[in-house]
Design a binder for this molecule. Structure first.
Ligand code: ATP
Ligand code: MG
Length: 254
């Protein structure tokens, strides 16, 4: 515990300190500590079972830590909030498998996501304002789907479905976006485009992205945190982290 400078907390968007959680005696997270700054795009790497997805489960309230601190914007104790409250606070999460509405158009998927923010009652009577339409168009262009807006989501490529789901999260205006293995199964061109897209998104919010694709991580060109056995093994630039002997032994050299 208290492995981080305590003065990092007030100015951070996300602060984890000494976070541990065990499942049936297995320590999935072992005193995990790291800080994300507002507007930062952070890449998280590490071997299978390192605890990357569990870390996202903790941040989003899906899993409760056994010990440790998890703070959003310096003062909001996420360990005291449930999943719905955390989503409402402005933390969006993209799981690995896209969950778009296949039988709806791209536009309608985004419209539904925009309305979700408003709640069921207002949705029943709601008509899209010019501002809403402009926002949907802005998201369409961010996620590279402007020319697919009238197509059924079912007809998108796997990569485009991932982008649509990122777009649906953007409609909720999260301050912090967590993205788990977005480029798995994407073509090389889609993977390269996703790096550009996430960098654009991170201009207006903080983004934490977990990935195994090292080419993609290099394209992001941001600070990298390597996890192994539930804690931070190394942190810094991609060159610094990939030259680290522990990272080579535990991950890259495998
Ligand atoms: N809800 C759970 N119940 C039991 N064990 C779990 C649970 N969640 C995670 N684990 C275990 O915790 C460990 C860390 O898993 P986690 O999914 O966080 O790894 P990861 O770093 O995301 O790996 P990958 O790169 O394969 O996605 C694994 O051994 C996993 O089996
Ligand atoms: Mg995972």
């Amino acid at each position: 515990m208290n492995t981080l400078a305590s003065n990092a907390k007030p100015t951070s968007i996300l602060y984890l300190d000494g976070v541990s959680v065990s499942f049936d005696g297995f320590r999935a997270l072992n005193s995990l500590s790291f800080v994300i700054e507002p507007g930062e795009l952070r890449a998280i790497i590490g071997p299978n079972g390192a605890g990357k997805t569990t870390m996202m489960d903790i941040i989003t309230g899906k899993t409760r830590p056994d010990s440790g601190e998890v703070f959003f914007k310096g003062v909001i104790d996420l360990t005291q909030k449930d999943e719905a409250e955390i989503a409402q606070l402005g933390i969006g999460r993209k799981f690995q498998k896209p969950t778009v509405f296949e039988s709806h158009t791209v536009w309608d998927n985004l419209e539904l996501a925009l309305n979700r923010k408003r709640g069921v009652f207002s949705t029943l009577f709601y008509r899209l304002t010019a501002e809403d339409k402009a926002r949907i168009e802005e998201i369409l262009s961010t996620v590279r789907l402007m020319n697919r807006k009238d197509d059924f989501a079912a007809n998108l490529s796997h990569g485009q479905k991932q982008w649509l789901e990122i777009g649906m999260l953007l409609a909720q205006e999260p301050e912090l976006l967590l993205v788990d293995e977005p480029v798995a199964g994407m073509t090389d061109a889609e993977t390269a485009e996703t790096a550009i897209l996430l960098k654009e998104i991170a201009k207006t919010r903080s983004v934490v992205v977990v990935e195994h694709d090292m080419g993609f991580i290099r394209d992001l060109g941001v600070k990298v945190t390597c996890l192994a056995e539930g804690s931070v093994l190394a942190e810094g630039s991609i060159d610094f982290v990939s030259a680290d002997q522990k990272v080579i032994e535990n991950y890259l050299g495998r």
